[in-house]
Design a protein around this ligand. Structure first.
Ligand code: PLP
Length: 382
């Protein structure tokens, strides 16, 4: 049976050129970047070059990037780090109900530590209202955190507008850009953002490596204590192979981003068109914003067929898809994002996320759409 992978929002295959770029750092060039001998200096040079590549792609200075273990750590460092550093100023944080758990659960923990958090609602398309953000700001607000692109429905948030408001009020603004990197141009030299989270494994890089952009003026308390690595903001021996892989993935993106974006858009539209032609528009309902969205994520409901039943049948047909948050794929809880969007019960209970990427083809989409339509008919007529 053919295996079809439509779960690129959960993780992506590592690009062969990324693997090639990483390999020497496990065997030949394996030095510790803090060592003063030649092997160490070699590792340090790889770190520097990698940081330069990533910084120039996102429009910031290399010194503004801290390498972390991934999106989760970047989000946690941003939230706990900024909250602790600004505690004397206030204790109020603003975020949205549709953030990734790396932000939501960190905020819940901050509440236990005495911070107050406002979780703003989103509309039926998953967008937060900029006016709601403005109205939630109080004299004691110390941080705003809103994601760039939602990992479940693909909706883009108005981060430029929110950032402008935050800047005007002098409040630091954190953006989780884990699902945006790779399809959305990011230029931090013009974006009013103070902290931005990234993860390599969503862009055909390796797992376990990510980055946090930290604006020059930003004060941040570290999560860990140890050596002097990453300007003391994230001590610990650097994951040189992972960082080299992350930089290679970014370098490939730089060359192919437009083409990639167009291709993903075609794949997503093909899936929707095929499914709606086979099942009818009311039987294949697309969730999320129709235009303000990333191209690789399609969240679609098949009323009458539960998410659980569909995922099980898709798996039997060799199709990997997801429900709920990327990081809890397979979880059967109703997604907090769809709940926040206040969609009808039959829509939230039958939602499936297909996410596309490297290696997917239009032919695969056609074959998968036929299988999905067959499953829907079979389950509905059972
Ligand atoms: C929006 C978003 N933020 C954060 C994360 C966590 O990233 P990582 O898996 O690198 O910890 C994910 C992963 O699914 C994500 O989609």
């Amino acid at each position: 049976m053919m295996f079809t992978y439509f779960d690129h929002a959960a993780t992506t295959p590592v690009h062969p050129e990324v693997v090639e770029a990483m390999l020497p750092h496990f065997t030949q060039s394996f030095g510790n970047a803090s060592s003063t001998h030649s092997a160490g200096r070699e590792a340090r040079a790889v770190l520097n070059r990698s940081r330069d590549t990533i910084a120039s792609f996102i429009g910031c200075a290399p010194s503004q990037i801290i390498f972390t273990s991934g999106g989760t750590e970047s989000d946690n460092l941003a939230l706990f780090g900024a909250a602790a550093a600004r505690k004397s100023i206030g204790n109020h944080i603003i975020t949205t109900q549709s953030e990734h758990h790396a932000v939501l659960h960190a905020c819940e923990q901050l509440e236990l530590q005495g911070y107050e958090v406002t979780y703003l609602p989103v509309d039926r398309t998953g967008r937060v209202n900029v006016r709601d953000v403005e109205e939630a700001i109080r004299p004691d607000t110390i941080l705003i955190s809103v994601m760039f692109a939602n990992n479940e429905v693909g909706t883009l948030q108005p981060i430029r507008e929110i950032g402008a408001i935050a800047r005007a009020k002098g409040i630091p603004f954190h953006v989780d850009a884990v699902q945006a990197l790779g399809t959305q141009p990011i230029d931090l030299s013009s974006l009013p953002v103070d902290l931005m989270s990234f993860s390599a494994h969503k862009i055909n890089g390796p797992k376990g490596i990510g980055a946090l952009y930290i604006a020059k003026h930003m004060k941040l308390q570290p999560l860990f204590y140890g050596g002097n690595q990453e300007r003391k903001r994230r001590p610990g021996t650097e994951n040189v192979a992972g960082i080299a892989g992350f930089a290679k993935a970014v370098q490939i993106l730089r060359e192919e981003m437009y083409e990639k974006q167009q291709n993903l858009e075609k794949l997503r539209i093909e899936m929707v068109t095929r499914l709606q032609a086979l099942l009818g528009q009311e039987q294949a309902v697309v969730n999320g914003h129709p235009a303000e969205r990333v191209p690789h994520i399609l969240n679609i409901s098949f009323p009458g067929v539960s998410t659980e039943t569909m995922l099980m049948n898709l798996d039997l047909e060799g199709i990997a898809a997801a429900s709920g948050s990327a990081c809890t794929s397979g979880s059967l809880e109703v997604s907090h994002v769809l709940k926040a969007m206040r969609l009808e019960d039959e829509i939230t209970r039958s939602a499936i996320r297909f996410s596309f990427g490297l290696g997917n083809t239009l032919e695969e989409i056609g074959a998968a759409a036929r299988k999905i339509a067959t499953i829907v008919d079979r389950v509905r007529n059972a």
